[in-house]
Design a protein around this ligand. Sequence first.
Ligand SMILES: N[C@@H](CCC(=O)N[C@@H](CS)C(=O)NCC(=O)O)C(=O)O
Length: 235
Amino acid sequence: MYKLHIGNKNYSSWSFRPWLLMTELTIPFKEQMNPFAEDSNWDKFRSFSPTGLVPCLEDLTAENKLAIWDSLAIIEYLAEDYPNVWPAQKEARAWARSAAAEMHSGFSYIRNQWPMNCALRIEPFSISSCLQKELNRLEELWNEGLSRFSGPYLAGDKFTAVDAFYAPIIFRFRTFGYKLTGKPLEYYNLMHSIDSVQRWDSEAIVEPWREVSHELEFVETGKIIKDHRENQPEK
Ligand SMILES: N[C@@H](CCC(=O)N[C@@H](CS)C(=O)NCC(=O)O)C(=O)O
């Protein structure tokens, strides 16, 4: 049995990856929500995660207490017992691993300039050339996977880890109103139709917490046109 430590569903894109993969592949786990603190998470998160970051997976069946920190390491750990984490075909598996690694270590402008916030809809003031370059690369990558492995998922006919890695992007694109066409649009719609994606989304917008640094990430990015959180804090 696993315990998956996650951060706020509204903000934590890294947490969303293993949570979605485990939920979609029906890998049993206990979810441990750790809301972000206003000042520092270090002391609080260090009780379960050596880096003080989420996500972190605890394997409760391991003889000695075993924590696996970092989303990519978590996914590889799960893959040792669940072969359907990655595509079955070797070429698709290599492509999926490369694409997941690219997201893990790249796309910094998308990740920093267009943060994940399930509740908000934003009109961006502008799109920098660096951000546009990454958006173009991302669409190229999605087009390649969807054509090469015939869809409807990025590396073939089944949801695998590479889809989990790109899942936060579909919330970012929705927030910033980024328009897709063709195969990437079909993929975007498919991902939004997945029950577990909808579950994360609906649980995100009823969270009671507002963490100031995450809320302020958008001030310089664009104009907030809608906030879907039902339980707005009292003014
Ligand atoms: N590379 C790490 C990134 C983890 C990460 O940055 N997590 C953020 C939340 S999405 C966090 O825990 N932030 C808390 C903090 O910075 O205090 C992974 O893939 O797990």
